[in-house]
Write a protein that binds this ligand. Sequence first.
Ligand code: SAH
Length: 452
Amino acid sequence: MYKKNDVVELLIEDMSHEGSGIGKADGYTIFVKDAVIGDKVEVKIIKAKKNYGYGRLMKIIQPSSWRVEPVCPYAKQCGGCQIQMLDYTKQLEFKENMIRNNLKRIGGFEEIPFEAMLGMEEPFRYRNKAQFPVGTDKEGNLITGFYAGRTHAIIPNRECYLGVEVNQQILDIVLGFMEENQITAYDEQTGKGLVRHVLIRYGFTSKEIMVCLVVNGSSVPHADILVERLEKIPGMASISINVNTKRSNVILGDQVKVLWGSSYIQDSIGDVLFQISPLSFYQVNPVQTKVLYEKAMEYAGLQGEETVWDLYCGIGTISLFLSQKAKKVYGVEIVPQAIEDARHNAKLNGIENAEFFVGKAEEVLPEQYEKNHVHADVIVVDPPRKGCEESLLDTMVQMAPERIVYVSCDSATLARDLKYLCQKGYELVKVCGVDQFCQTVHVESVCLLLKK
Ligand code: SAH
């Protein structure tokens, strides 16, 4: 039995869903942050529980052949990337294993019909959205960067390799402007100070840029100077402030005031055009989103005559994508603003065969089924991490669509829900992982279920 401060040698054999290395010393499991599969390491035990413990990485005795030098010098401290020091092909394998293990352990699936994991050719600079917190360091200098893992301490870094290059130029302008004009950064501890976050969005297909300053107030002094500098950046399309005077962790407030240009930027996924405002939800990796939706489209097997229900539809991205090949698509989403966007985006694209409902999927679908006897050939679900309510799964089973396409960002709840569906007459036919969040532990997957 090991105890705190013991020093042990380990071979890292696996990685946890949080990206920590996992090794065993005499059968005792130890989690080691910053160690990767294949590393031989020396660790000091910092916390010892009955069945497992946590070790601090003291020395890499022999680095894994899958260990790579992170491109970002802050990769270790930053809470954003957990597995940058793992070779990208190994990252994909790690993610597929995570899905496989959950489907086996929680779902009880033995033979899993995996298709090759869909990763990125260039697994950096893929994010179209960044929210940089602004603060001050101990010397009182303005800083911006990212939160360290699990805390709100800002690590000063204007060059994140997951974001687009223009972010750095924008941050230089914003912080330079703040310094010159004595504009303060917000302080979470006291609730004082003005600028909280800089939100930047970039349309990968349109090349349009949006900058939104989130402020603890209703205006920014000398904003015209800032606008004059930002508007010169090629592609700048929208400059605004967002008012957030609440003392909470929520980044954005409800009110947006446009300072210059448009209130939104445009971007497209495949042939569908979207208008995105500072408050809109929009997928952050547009390249892989297209890959994900194309997989969902393939699994939906549309011939043009089908009725599709897209549950948890957000701003209707999947609905509008599928509407191109279906007779009719119904989308359901709990956030009213997102449905407004969905309807607006349908109009924008001249799409007339998509209809949207505001409400909980587990309430709207049963109600529509009981009252109006609605029918579905295909049901697509893309729930948040907690997965689907059992009552929703029951209604889906009663409606008996030929196909169910399950898009998931959490393979544990996915496994639970698939198990349920497969006990009630469906068969798991295909599973495909899609890497939307390279360098992080997050993974998306799409599954196809057919009615038996
Ligand atoms: N399919 C969309 C978004 C999926 S994210 C896309 O690809 O862009 C999951 C969505 O489910 C979020 O928009 C969230 O607001 C919504 N949601 C959460 N709980 C819900 C519920 N009970 N019923 C319907 N929608 C819900």
